[in-house]
Design a protein around this ligand. Structure first.
Ligand SMILES: [Zn+2]
Ligand SMILES: [Zn+2]
Length: 217
């Protein structure tokens, strides 16, 4: 049974924050369709990668993991000047819509409370990927620039896939996959409102949590 406060918040969220014309499946297609196409386009630009250029992948992975960690530990859980929307969407909405006792979504429209909004996704891709590409192409090589953008996009898509898996209905085939099940338990602990601002800030792989001592099993 879902707690009555969660039930009430879900009803209010659906009334106030989900536009009438919103379609969950369309949001899903946009995220993975546009993101996946951009990812494939980056891969198509790669040419005769030299051994040292491959290092871009693990370095970008670590960078993305720490950005996920500090973004979540910082502005997503602490009201920060200029980033109020991020705090509102995460702490005030996502954490009230889903708690450790109420992890699964009820209907496809609830994807609005899980996935990045398309506008924010487009903004992040343009505002961060483009300058990074220009900088890396200038100071390193075009291959390094494309590998950086491709790895970042791949990381983002993996983040969206895993976070969605954690909030799918109980027993769903995706959330039953071995690694997904273990990672889900970490995220479920993070959804306990008493500890949400102190542990398990990585939503994908707990590298940052291990490094900074905030992993809680
Ligand atoms: Zn969540
Ligand atoms: Zn959180």
């Amino acid at each position: 049974m879902i707690d009555s406060r969660v039930r009430e918040f879900r009803d209010e969220y659906r009334r106030v924050h989900i536009p009438r014309g919103y379609r969950g499946w369309l949001h899903l297609v946009f995220t993975f369709g546009v993101g996946g196409t951009a990812f494939a386009c980056c891969l198509l630009q790669l040419e005769a990668i030299r051994p040292l250029e491959w290092l871009t992948i693990p370095i970008t992975f670590l960078y993305a993991n720490l950005a996920e960690y500090w973004g979540h530990r910082g502005p997503m859980h602490h009201l920060t000047r200029g980033l109020r929307l991020v705090y509102e969407r995460h702490t005030r909405q996502h954490h009230r819509f889903f708690t450790d006792d109420a992890m699964p979504l009820d209907e496809w429209r609830d994807l609005r409370a899980v996935l990045f909004p398309p506008l924010l996704m487009t903004f992040f891709i343009t505002a961060f990927a483009l300058p990074a590409w220009l900088l890396l192409a200038a100071i390193a090589t075009p291959n390094v620039a494309w590998l950086f953008v491709a790895t970042s996009l791949g990381y983002f898509l993996n983040y969206e896939f895993l976070h969605l898996a954690y909030h799918l209905p109980e027993g769903h085939v995706i959330s039953r996959l071995p690694l997904v099940g273990r990672l889900k338990r970490l995220h479920q602990t993070h959804h306990d409102q008493r500890v949400m601002a102190s542990c398990n800030f990585n939503i994908t792989y707990p590298v940052g949590d291990v490094l900074f001592g905030t992993l809680r099993k």
